[in-house]
Design a protein around this ligand. Structure first.
Ligand SMILES: C[S@@+](CC[C@H](N)C(=O)[O-])C[C@H]1O[C@@H](n2cnc3c(N)ncnc32)[C@H](O)[C@@H]1O
Length: 269
């Protein structure tokens, strides 16, 4: 059992040595994740973990990937995608390229959901999609866009619950030796990059920022810093989308109106 004091010391040591700042991750869930790595690697303490970090150069990125691993799905929460497709996109000026930033895109399903939503509701070919994550392995999978056949049934059901066309999800997929892949016509104007929301800068301004199910990793102070930064990167009239379980400190998002409370969709005034 890892104590919170030992976890804080480990976080500090990692920050001092590698510049990776996990000091503002929510401690209880971070502790569960670190304990899981300790068990998985057959170690007996945080000290063993630290030794590995010192002597295996790529262990630090492995550690970060294991800590940030998260669940995602295609058209996760189909009602949100219906709202974006039917209420938000039709209001957009078709002469201005629509830009979106997926701030923690995980293995990419959220990004492909957005591309299909755009395809069905606002396909100008001029959109710009940025997809970032701190987890290098998840980002690699997102970029590849290949998924196991075991996911197909659930994803096809979610797509059906979203789409108002009589299309089948197959329309957007191509067979792949490891399951299915998203068709290349969907992938235009799509940019992937490794990005740490807690530490890295991003200066563009977007029509929409998706920050779904990421704030749950952070303590209140870090949530405030991140939401304040994101708020500045959305143009007036643009949108911020949080995740179903995300909460936000009361002093944040004062320049935003909660346009769909159940879906956590905010519009900048
Ligand atoms: C639960 S997944 C959510 C994926 C997707 N947004 C969704 O809602 O389906 C959370 C993602 O946040 C990423 N994440 C955690 N800490 C991060 C950070 N500091 N900067 C960027 N991404 C981070 C994780 O790597 C993970 O891929």
């Amino acid at each position: 059992m890892l104590t919170l004091e030992a976890l804080a010391e480990l976080n500090e040591a990692i920050y001092q040595r590698y510049g990776l700042d996990l000091r503002h991750y929510e401690p209880q869930s971070l502790r569960r994740r670190v304990e899981r790595i300790i068990r998985k690697k057959g170690l007996d303490s945080a000290y063993g973990l630290w030794q590995k970090m010192l002597y295996q150069p790529d262990f630090c990125q492995y550690y970060l990937n294991e800590i940030t691993i998260g669940f995602t799905a295609l058209f996760r929460n189909p009602g949100l995608w219906r709202f974006i497709g039917q209420q938000i996109l039709p209001e957009m000026d078709r002469h201005v390229p629509f830009s979106v930033w997926h701030t923690g895109c995980s293995t990419g399903e959220e990004v492909y959901s957005m591309l299909i939503t755009l395809y069905e509701h606002l396909w100008t070919g001029q959109h710009q999609i940025w997809a970032t994550d701190v987890n290098s392995e998840a980002l690699r999978q997102a970029q590849e866009g290949v998924y196991g056949q075991d996911l197909y049934r659930k994803y096809a059901q979610n797509y059906e619950a979203f789409s108002i066309t009589d299309r089948d999800l197959q329309f957007y997929l191509r067979p792949h030796a490891r399951g299915f892949a998203f068709a290349s016509f969907l992938k235009q104007n799509l940019h992937f990059a490794l990005h740490n929301l807690a530490q890295d800068q991003q200066s563009r301004v977007f029509d929409m920022i998706m920050c779904r199910n990421i704030l749950i990793y952070f303590d209140e102070g870090l949530k405030i810093r991140i939401l304040d930064k994101l708020a500045q990167q959305i143009r007036p009239g643009g949108f911020l989308v949080l995740g179903f379980y995300d909460t936000w400190p009361a002093q944040c998002l004062v320049d935003f109106e909660l346009v769909e409370a159940g879906l956590k969709v905010f519009q900048k005034k």
